[in-house]
Design a protein around this ligand. Sequence first.
Ligand SMILES: [Zn+2]
Length: 401
Amino acid sequence: MLSLFFSTLLTLNALVIQVSGPDDPIAKKARKIHQRVLTLDTHADAPIMMQKPGFDVGVSHDTKKDGSQIDFPRMKKGGMDAMFFAVYTAQGPRTDSGHAEAKRNALNQFDLVHQALKKYPDLAELATSPADAYRIQKAGKRAVFIGMENGYPIGKDLSMLKTYYDLGCRYITLTHFANNLIGDSSTDPDGPIYGGLSDFGKQVVPEMNRLGILIDVSHVADSTFYDALALSKAPVIASHSNCRALCDFPRNMTDDMIKAIAAKGGVVQVNFVSDYLKKPSDAHRAAKTKIRMAGVGKILSGDMKARLEAQSDSVAKVYASERASLSDIVDHIDHIVKLVGIDHVGIGSDFDGGGGVNGLEDVSEIENLTAELVRRKYSEADIAKIWGGNLLRVLGQAKVQ
Ligand SMILES: [Zn+2]
């Protein structure tokens, strides 16, 4: 019995190798499509790595060695044409000094991205419009857009929106893990403050419309989502959000929210974060939440950050068997397509910010995702929409007076 079991297993293994090898017709077809379409990812936390001393985004790194998942050479290797680098600030105290620190931190990250682009003009270029993305792709370079994750660095000062726009910012995720002055987050441990957008948030949204900065509703509370959607004159995006119907978590979107985004012409960009793709066990989720919440509302020292990172690594090791895979990502894409059609879904990996699943460890492996889409019978036109066409359509509609 046992030997029969093993020989069956060997045969199965051989089959798996055969169907997923480079000569497999699906892999060949996927490669051609992957090279032709413009691939765009709306949520890359590369600036987190770029803030680390000695990290150079212009040279190739090994994710197994330093945990980094993005650099220009690996983007090229993986056929990733465009990424939104996220200027991310953790939510700290909602005080004048907290806001001043967030602003300093954000401006430093814009500067780091601009410096890197200046250093490697042959590898990558700043993009701020759909036309830029297509032009830079044609030139064989990487298009780097800038988004801002957490509106915390706006503080109380509406005029900062223009400052960030002028530095290249084209979307702002209104909140992160905790409430800020703009509105309620989906995951603040203290619960809601405003019941949606604050009065200040109700000024932020129209100003973003006026400038042409997309409103990003990833991370916000459901009430903030509906407020922002009702107030925005432009379609809104979820730069990195998954489906609550498949993985029940407040940070994921309900079917009703996905339908509402689509009805307004917007797009939901599916992320690669295991916890938001496939529901972890209660013990696993509790361990992670504890680490995440240890930093909320505080200004973290380097030591504290390193300690939290180490704790997070060990939790990932303990619960490795619960990690999601590539097919889970495509399950979320399928769900959105079934709900609202092909025009309202895209990709926002969250690489360098918690993204990464079995079969898709860094940006150099994104062709695997295209292959899975081909396997599930998506056409080239569909794949072009998922991989960037939909998002660029919405970006072209960001500015509404
Ligand atoms: Zn995020």
